[in-house]
Design a protein around this ligand. Structure first.
Ligand SMILES: Nc1nc2c(ncn2[C@@H]2O[C@H](COP(=O)(O)OP(=O)(O)OP(=O)(O)O)[C@@H](O)[C@H]2O)c(=O)[nH]1
Ligand SMILES: [Mg+2]
Length: 238
């Protein structure tokens, strides 16, 4: 029996976290699934909401890793992967807390894992797309994937997306100590490493919807870090 771990990093997601957890369990009810929330000491008490859910609804199904402060998306995922690798999970799902990655896609994405090592929730394949973003944000995102694709010379259409499923054996090949990225280029780096290691990848179409509640953590600093890191990924990983 396959056992999956959904890893949800959070920073100030108190308006979303309760609903996203419930919806994940509802949509993925035909799968054996646990959720790990990795919270970076959110000042809005996201962690407390999760702890109440653990106590009242989802003991032994829902878990929380509480970190000392806002340490970034990449290290949140690395902590989550490390936590899960020591346990008996067959695959890991990365997703945001803000409903941009809708849990309704989980059953189909998990079914595809029967014949693939990595499934990427992809906005840039047929039937995929984005709702609610202005032209600038769309350009930044699509440009980011195109930029990564050209520089790294690898054919992944949605390089920057953060809704992905990874088999344990794929995560097992990633040396966490050597990860270059801190923020959003982490997604690019993981996909590049997996592709170079010859794993079987599928881009499954998703409609990404802009968050309705809570605030984005995307900043200019994070954006420029990603632009530079793609070059580091190219030269250090060859
Ligand atoms: N633990 C942790 N989670 C983070 C950090 N930065 C962002 N997140 C979470 O990572 C997910 C993605 O962040 P978002 O702010 O939605 O970023 P985004 O999706 O690129 O931007 P928007 O589309 O504008 O929402 C969300 O669940 C955030 O709460 C961080 O430093 N630490
Ligand atoms: Mg988001």
């Amino acid at each position: 029996m396959q056992k999956y771990l959904v890893i949800i990093p959070t920073y100030n997601e108190s308006t979303n976290i309760n609903d996203i957890i419930k919806e994940v369990f509802i949509h993925a009810r035909d799968f054996d699934i646990d959720i790990l929330v990795v919270d970076d000491k959110s000042p809005d008490n996201t962690a407390q909401i999760v702890k109440n859910l653990i106590k009242n609804n989802y003991e032994n199904k829902l878990f929380i890793l509480e970190r000392e402060g806002k340490l970034g998306l990449a290290s949140a995922y690395i902590s989550g992967f490390k936590w899960g690798m020591e346990k008996n999970y067959t695959a890991f799902i990365q997703m945001d807390a803000d409903f941009s990655h809708h849990p309704k896609y989980l059953p189909d994405m998990l079914t595809e894992m029967n014949s693939h090592d990595v499934v990427i929730g992809s906005r840039y394949v047929k039937n995929g797309g984005i709702k609610g973003w202005g032209i600038l944000r769309k350009l930044v995102s699509f440009g980011g994937s195109l930029y990564s694709r050209i520089i790294l010379g690898i054919h992944v259409r949605d390089f920057t997306g953060g809704f992905n499923v990874w088999k344990k054996k794929v995560v097992g090949t990633i040396k966490f100590d050597e990860i270059i990225s801190c923020g959003y280029s982490f997604q690019v780096e993981l996909k590049y490493r997996a592709q170079k290691n010859g794993f079987k990848m599928l881009e499954y179409p998703i409609i990404f919807e802009d968050r309705i509640r809570g605030k984005s953590k995307m900043s200019k600093k994070i954006f420029f870090e990603a632009v530079i890191n793609i070059w580091k990924i190219k030269f250090r990983l060859n």
